[in-house]
Design a binder for this molecule. Structure first.
Ligand SMILES: Cc1cc2nc3c(=O)[nH]c(=O)nc-3n(C[C@H](O)[C@H](O)[C@H](O)COP(=O)(O)O)c2cc1C
Length: 289
């Protein structure tokens, strides 16, 4: 307003200068003065009017501004409310995610528990079933038959010990002083018999191992020595059995246990050559395995 007023004054001054520059006539000066007063009044009225308009404009502007501010505030509130709603929604989402996460953890825990349960069940099943292996050496077939009976009775697996150089009938002629078996009997250093294999597939999975052999001069046929020495019987129950013409088990089992150095060796059983399957089954059932 002040700036507008100054401009008006300046213009009035201009008029006044104009009036002062002239005529020196008294009535004219009065008229001019009167006119100037009128003009000034009109100017004042005009400025007042303008001022009023401006005031009205200001008021209107103020009202509009207030309205805009109010609207802005309302919008702000709305936005804040929206934000709060979003925030709440976000919190809910977060809570839901947490719940899902918790649920996932619970599922994971449940799965882990299930897995543990499965492992325990599996371990229990293995402990209850107890895989059985029947290892045997048989020069003329008698011990092999008994081994087959045991495997059938125990639902076990068979592993045949085979010398890399199989024994022929001449080799087995114990009445011949020069036969292979006689020479090996007389010279213990010759009993180190090489085998086709001493490795049993899934050896660690067997809990019970039957060890079968024929009796040679009162002890276990020595091809079995090589197998026993080559394997670890730790944690296994070992049950020796043999076939013979007349001799008993003797110390054959104990000697093999000494050679092995590991495993829980039981007393074992001797069967006659050409043993009856029923006798073998009866013995197996009597073991209580
Ligand atoms: C070299 C040799 C030594 C043997 N020594 C004995 C013995 O000391 N006592 C016995 O009762 N039978 C003896 N036998 C007989 C076998 O032990 C018997 O025939 C056994 O059932 C053979 O088993 P296999 O058929 O599985 O080889 C001997 C047989 C051989 C070949």
């Amino acid at each position: 307003m002040r700036r507008w007023f100054r401009r008006s004054t300046s213009r009035n001054n201009g008029n006044r200068d104009k009036g002062n520059s002239g005529q020196g006539n008294g009535s004219k000066e009065k008229r001019d003065a009167k006119t100037e007063i009128e003009i000034k009044k009109n100017e004042i009225k005009k400025w007042n009017k303008e001022g009023g308009i401006m005031m009205k404009a200001k008021k209107l502007f103020a009202v509009i501004l207030t309205g805009i501010t109010a609207a802005g505030l309302l919008a702000g509130c709305g936005s804040a409310a929206g934000s709060q709603t979003q925030s709440t929604s976000g919190t809910e989402a977060s809570t839901t995610e947490e719940a899902q996460s918790t649920s996932g953890t619970e599922t994971s825990t449940a799965e882990a528990a299930q897995s543990t349960s499965d492992t325990e069940a599996s371990t229990t099943e293995e402990a209850q079933s107890g895989k059985v292996l029947v290892v045997y050496y048989s020069a003329t077939g008698n011990t092999g038959e008994v081994a087959g009976y045991i495997a059938d009775a125990m639902d076990g697996d068979l592993f045949e010990v085979e010398p890399a150089e199989p024994y022929t009938d001449e080799d087995l002629n114990w009445t011949d002083d020069n036969s292979r078996v006689t020479r090996e009997h007389e010279d213990e250093s010759l009993r180190n018999v090489e085998l086709v294999s001493t490795t049993v597939e899934d050896w660690d999975s067997y809990d019970t191992v039957f060890i079968g052999y024929p009796i040679w001069w009162g002890i276990a046929a020595w091809p079995m020595d090589t197998f026993v020495e080559a394997n670890d019987f730790t944690g296994k129950t070992v049950i020796p059995f043999c076939t013979s013409a007349s001799s008993g088990l003797g110390e054959s089992g104990e000697l093999l246990a000494e050679l092995a150095g590991t495993g829980d060796w039981l007393e074992g059983e001797r069967f006659r050559s050409g043993a009856d399957e029923g006798d073998v089954q009866e013995w197996v059932e009597g073991l209580g395995l």
